[in-house]
Design a protein around this ligand. Structure first.
Ligand SMILES: [Zn+2]
Length: 555
């Protein structure tokens, strides 16, 4: 298509020279002309005559002349003088936008919005069982369709009210599993924010119209001036800079507004401020397509539970009491109760993900599961102390109190991770930064504290063995600690060179994979069975209990 457009450039330039009094915008092979009727008729005549030589065959019967009713007779005379039969209209769709009277525009937009409303209705039904898919379909695809129209057509805000109503009354409640009445103005505003500023990027189509249209005008300013003003020549470099600058400026102003809203929201409420801050850092798992081949899919429960936790709703149908220890069930208890081994399963699952990614990036044989971390120095001292105790009758101080030999295990070791020929040991920990004991601390400080604990415990021993040690600390909502973030970046470099991909893309890939592994486990901890105590096999092996055997047929 673009090659065809380039091939038509000589035709377009010749027409511009031959008929200078008509404005002639082209989009690839889509020719247009604006101005009075006569020059427009000459343009079409020119194309019919000279187009075929360039492989361009215009069809006047499929072309439209848009004018007011009172101008139509003059226009007809102009086109008929060139023997051209075309259609006359009060308004027509043009390149995804619209040109014409206000009434026609209203009809056209009404139809479009109606289609989108029914599309959102369908997505609301999908969202019940496949919330992640519905969310991705909405944010990555559907929403961009109306944003395009808002960009190219001015003053469309009020037309989008039915759409916003549908989003607020049906789509959001289905997605989050809450009644529509709970989505008030401030909450809806928060959900329109980008994921990085605590929202879900589900924009309010009524509010976005003005912003996206003025950003689009600013982005195309050089293009418009070069079309309208004959002294300005079009320059691709200038156009690109103009478009990029306008895009950045619009983004900056949107982010500033969102930040101001968050600041105002958390001013009198420290717990809301804390949550908002954490939500800004978490949420990498929200901004990907669910894809089985990339391991980015979450089940309906997993996705909805995590979104509900993000906005401080307790998970749907949460059990009243913990089936492991009998305590009253709360989110905090669910995420930390060790009974039944679910916490352990979560830990293993995240470690598995990391081992898998390391194996993919380097080679599976370089990765070891649960490597031993022991101190060779303390072991040597202990051995020496024991043998000296055997040899002499008066034991030395070392022999009386030999240093403890640590025989801990890390979660993964990877050869050649930070440096060639050197092994790195990783140890995972997933912590609830919202737990009662941490409520007065920033989440970053909590992660830092856990990193320090791990390093105090293992770093020296690892260095003794000429190995590196990296603590991998994650919060339950998938925020990585500083060391883990650096390790993710390093892994991304390995992956980028192996798969020959952009580094930035790989950083995001690793980050999302790890965040998904962490948040996926939250549902398990909330809903999984902790009941490991009850015996599953009969207690009396000789069948004596069969005296109590009853079935429906024995009544
Ligand atoms: Zn419990």
């Amino acid at each position: 298509m673009s090659l065809y457009g380039v091939a038509l450039m000589p035709l377009a330039s010749k027409m511009r020279e031959a008929i200078p009094d008509a404005l002639q915008p082209w989009y690839c092979d889509d020719a247009g002309a604006a101005g009075e009727a006569l020059p427009n008729a000459r343009c079409l005549d020119f194309l019919v005559k000279f187009g075929p030589a360039y492989g361009y065959y215009p069809e006047p019967r499929k072309s439209y002349f848009i004018c007011k009713a009172e101008d139509e007779p003059a226009a007809r005379r102009a086109f008929e003088s060139y023997d051209l039969e075309i259609n006359y209209s009060r308004g027509q769709r043009y390149l995804g936008g619209f040109i014409g009277s206000a009434q026609k525009k209203e009809e056209w937009l009404g139809d479009l919005v109606g289609k989108w409303v029914s599309a959102v209705k369908t997505l609301s039904v999908v969202a019940e069982r496949y919330p992640q898919t519905a969310y991705a379909g909405f944010t990555f695809c559907l929403q961009n369709e109306w944003q395009y129209v808002q960009r190219v057509v001015a003053d469309t805000g009020p037309f989008f009210e039915p759409l916003e109503r549908e989003i607020r009354l049906n789509f959001l409640p289905a997605l989050l599993g809450i009644p529509p009445a709970e989505i008030d103005g401030g909450y809806r505003q928060l959900l329109t924010h980008s994921v990085k500023l605590g929202g879900l990027a589900i924009h309010n189509p009524v509010d976005t119209t003005h912003g996206v249209h003025s950003a689009s005008l600013a982005a195309t300013r050089h293009l418009t001036v070069s079309l309208v003003c004959r002294d300005t020549r079009f320059d691709l470099g200038t156009h690109r800079t103009c478009a990029a600058e306008a895009g950045q400026a619009a983004r900056r102003s949107r982010l500033t507004d969102e930040q101001l809203f968050l600041d105002a929201r958390g001013r009198d409420n420290p717990s809301v401020a804390r949550r908002d801050k954490r939500n800004c850092a978490a949420g990498a798992w929200l901004s990907v397509f669910p894809n089985r081949l990339n391991g980015t899919g979450l089940s309906a429960d997993e996705w909805r539970d995590n979104v509900r936790l993000r906005y401080n709703h307790s998970p749907l149908e949460m059990p009243a009491a913990c089936d492991g220890c009998g305590a009253k069930m709360s989110v905090e208890h669910a995420l930390s109760c060790k009974t039944g081994g679910l916490v352990h399963i979560r830990h293993d699952d995240v470690a598995d993900e990391w081992r898998h990614l390391c194996g993919t990036a380097l080679s599976p044989c370089r990765v070891e599961r649960e490597p031993r971390i022991f101190s060779s120095v303390s072991r040597r001292v202990q051995t020496a102390a024991c043998s000296s105790a055997h040899d002499s009758s008066t034991p030395t101080a070392d022999a009386l109190h030999p240093p403890a030999v640590t025989e801990e295990r890390g979660d993964a070791s990877c050869h050649g991770f930070w440096a060639r020929g050197r092994t790195t040991i990783f140890d995972m920990r997933i912590t609830d930064t919202d737990a009662r004991s941490y409520r007065k601390k920033e989440f970053a400080k909590v992660l830092e504290q856990h990193e320090k604990e791990k390093k105090d415990k293992y770093l020296q021993n690892c260095l003794e063995m000429r190995k590196d040690f990296t603590p991998m600390i994650y919060s339950v909502d998938g925020i990585a600690g500083r060391e883990a973030r650096n390790a993710e970046k390093r892994l991304a470099t390995h992956l980028a060179s192996k798969w020959k991909r952009e580094y930035s893309q790989m950083v995001y890939y690793v980050r999302v994979r790890m965040a998904i592994a962490v948040v996926r486990a939250n549902s398990l901890l909330i809903r999984g069975s902790r009941d490991r105590q009850r015996p599953r096999r009969p207690l009396i092996p000789d069948g004596a209990a069969l005296g109590d055997w009853r079935t429906w047929s024995d009544r």
